[in-house]
Design a protein around this ligand. Sequence first.
Ligand code: AMP
Ligand code: MN
Ligand code: MN
Length: 316
Amino acid sequence: MKNNILKEILSSQGKCLIIPHQSPDGDCLGSSFTLSHCLDRHGIEHHIIMDDLIPSNYLFLKKDNMIKSDQVSGTYDYGIILDTSSKDRAGTTDEVLSRCSHLLVIDHHKTNAYFGDTNIVKMVSSVGELLFGLYEEIDYKIDTNDAIGLYTSIVTDTGEFRYSNTTSETLKVAARIFETGFDFEKISQEIFSNQELKKVILKSNALSGIELHGQNKMALLKVTQTMLGELECEMYHSDGIVEAGRDISGIEVSVLLKEISDKEIKVSMRSKSYLDVSEISLLFGGGGHIRAAGCTLNMNLQEAEQTIIKEIESRL
Ligand code: AMP
Ligand code: MN
Ligand code: MN
């Protein structure tokens, strides 16, 4: 067996803090859930940091050991940061990170900054797939709870096994997860058939405002504070909109501009077959994967729109 830090953590019985990224998604929530369950099964004292709201379709992954950063006290032997490419994207404060003697980063982003003391970074579909590989190396036998976390992580980051990050290995891992006999129909319904009505309406409103640019190869979508206010939505309800833009025939790249304030716009980008959106997001201090990336622009919506259209049109 290779030198596996997970083995070291499980045998040291050290105290751990699991840290997903800000604005949690299915991958970081699912991988936090299974890792926490694995630590539970080994009797390891630990917490999961959860400062942001968990989107309602992932509430089945909520655990009693979730705490907020301002509830953290004392020190931890290990801080395990999941699905996070750089320190500023971690779902906690620098102060909390400094309470951890050893930072372990487990990630699959192309743009990972290797900011931990130990970094396990592999270009696989999801952190769930990566964790499954670590479990196998140490002969950890997954149970149905592990399966629930791992499946959520993999099925969401692969877009239900449709995206190019799905490999034969991903499907072999999925098969092994299915062999536990977990109720996948129930979990699929929790994730995909359990959307709040106002979220669906927000998506519909955003899609009806779609603009096409770059010889109709670029879809531009927006979610403004006014749109959120009308429906009493939060920005996390905009999940899934950018992917719908990419699903349109002839579209190579879909961009969603999320208006956080009149000085801050979060940009989500998804490409279909050739554009490397991680390169574009890196230009603006962001990061991500080849087909899914993001960045934050400190300008108003109109300026952000012009900036992004100009940068993308030159590449299409
Ligand atoms: P999103 O569009 O927010 O779903 O993000 C797509 C991918 O880009 C995810 O893997 C994120 O981790 C990454 N990403 C999004 N925003 C940023 C950012 N500001 N800095 C670095 N990576 C980001
Ligand atoms: Mn993620
Ligand atoms: Mn991920």
